[in-house]
Write a protein that binds this ligand. Sequence first.
Ligand code: PLP
Length: 389
Amino acid sequence: MTEQIIPLSVPSLKGNEFKYVKECIDTEWVSSAGSYVDKFAGEMARYAGTKYAVACSSGTAALHISLILTGVKEGDEVIVPDVTFIAPVNTVRYVGAHPVFMDCDDYLNIDAGKLARFCEDECDLITGGNLINKASGARIRAIIPVHIFGNPVNMDKIMDLAEKYGLKVIEDATESVGSYYKEGKYAGRKTGNVGDIGCYSFNGNKIITTGGGGMILTDDSEYARKADYLTNQAKNDSIRYVHNETGYNYRMNNIQAAIGCAQLERIEEFVDIKRRNFSLYKKALDGIEGLDLIGEPSYGFSNFWYYSLLVDKERYGLDWEELMKKLDENGIQTRPLWQLNHRQIPYKDSQAYRIEKADYYYKRLLNIPCSVGLKAKDIERVAEVMKDV
Ligand SMILES: *Cc1c(COP(=O)(O)O)cnc(C)c1O
């Protein structure tokens, strides 16, 4: 008998999704003018605790528009993590700016301590409050902290540095919908609600999905107005179609938003499941020498979007790749850490500041099945295969 595949991360669409989508089709409101788009944006703003939210076609689009809004221009530099899905790095290039890669901390997030040293040692803060990178002579205008796999970045430290050095902060909260701060200056605030702008993604593998989609979150009314304008082809006159700037077709449509409204109704349940399953994994893997799960930082609450396992070959006997193969042979899907960005071909000549930990995690990390539909018996099956070495 062949066992069922345990996928890495698949969505659950068993709530009101079908009902709301059927309503879009019955009423023939399927494009971007439907009422679900505004409803979803309003509900996301309430959920994130920001004054405004602008729905768009993807998380990548949200990041691109955010860089334009915060004034990042051709020739500028933007600080980004070395460990992240490549989307935020690419958006820096979309506006003609260049990335500077930072190392990660033990939660895989941008290392605030190293960032402080970089700004202190490798940059000049010139009159007017501009931070200039000594190596390139370029102005560093912004930073994109990414809450990797759901773990909140230490924003207390990042925001202090941003203020000291005059940097705009665009939070990539695409993986961390549902995560928040328990302690510090931002206690009680969700990820995506701390920086100048926050971005969410509703891609198919994220904790809630619209099939594809994103959200720009901000408390700044001017940013919100401009985000709406730019994502809608920068229309200054909607009768004569006058466009005073180059706009984008980055709109979300009503069907996507309808799915989003239904998904958002279940976010608390999804976060609970993710956290419960993390505990189950932790218990099931307890006592396996050389396998350790990355937890959450003391100051933050994680949505535990992904479960990151560290595989120590010395103690466990297999490395991540051998374990991945073994799990795959047993119908269990996993995925290692992304190629480090400073080694990606388009960015191999970009500046990377003292990358050390990123490499350590790159050689050990394996993400294991984390869908909200994952059952206790699935977790046991994963653990059994891991024990059998
Ligand atoms: C998913 C993701 C994005 C991009 O979102 P899309 O909606 O797929 O464009 C950006 N950044 C990170 C870290 C992501 O994981």
